[in-house]
Design a protein around this ligand. Structure first.
Ligand code: SAH
Length: 233
């Protein structure tokens, strides 16, 4: 390939939390592919494109790809396959192409399918690291997530009470991603364990940011997808 394909991590949402390396790679790219969703009334939403706009990246270079809000993996993968073909075609013709990922592109990233697929196709992808959302969340309230010899478990919300209890009973700090997946388990767990400390972070670094460590507020607040719950024993 004459051109290069890069996977650029944008950080958790606050534009300034991008790395210098990622910013330089975006500035040097000929074309940047950003995931977008189409909500009601054809309204296009792309968190990635908004970050790029604030960073002063030329909008002409941006191509959206629309990720359907669907649980049908085949429909989603079809879009990703089309993006991969387009990326390879452009790189072969000498363009430097970038695909953006929120947070870090190697950490529960929905762009992972694209990066894996490109590797399978024999097209090398250069990944640029980013600040994961849970690290930005901790920093936003000055939380020392783990210190000295402490241990931590990062786990998606679809966990069981036993998993949670076993980690907390052993002194682990637990970081829960994709919180709504565990709404039922987490709420009943909180009721039975008011002795632990809970920190809820939503849309960190954006205008919609909501953060609380007040036990009753967390209990009353509906969990949304872009949220993280940290539990400390
Ligand atoms: N690659 C991302 C994770 C993507 S998985 C990273 O490195 O952080 C999506 C999950 O990330 C969400 O369910 C939520 O748990 C978390 N997340 C991403 N951005 C967030 C934000 N701005 N505030 C709170 N949680 C966020």
């Amino acid at each position: 390939m004459k051109g290069k394909i890069s996977g650029i991590s944008l950080g958790p949402g606050e534009p300034e939390l991008i790395t210098v390396k990622a910013l330089k790679a975006l500035q040097a790219a000929d074309v940047i592919f950003c995931p977008a969703t189409v909500r009601e009334k054809e309204k296009i939403e792309s968190k990635a494109a908004r970050i790029l706009e604030v960073l002063g990246i030329d909008g002409e270079k941006i191509r959206h790809f629309y990720v359907p809000m669907s649980t049908d993996r085949r429909a989603v993968n079809k879009i990703y396959d089309d993006v991969c073909r387009e990326l390879v075609k452009r790189a072969e013709s000498g363009q430097n192409v970038a695909v953006t990922a929120e947070g870090d592109g190697g950490f529960y990233s929905s762009a992972n399918y694209i990066f894996e697929k490109l590797r399978q196709l024999g097209s090398p992808v250069e990944m640029v690291a980013g600040v994961p959302a849970f690290i930005a969340a901790g920093a936003s309230i000055g939380l020392h997530i783990v210190r000295q010899q402490e241990r931590m478990l990062v786990i998606p919300g679809n966990l069981s009470e036993e998993e949670l209890e076993s980690a907390l009973a052993r002194g682990y700090t637990v970081v829960i991603m994709k919180v709504p997946l565990g709404e039922g388990v987490l709420r009943s767990y909180m009721v039975r364990h008011p002795e632990y400390r809970y920190f809820y972070f939503e849309q960190v670094g954006t205008e919609a940011e909501y953060i609380t460590s007040v036990y009753t507020e967390i209990q009353d607040h509906p969990f949304t997808y872009f949220s993280i719950l940290v539990i400390k024993p």
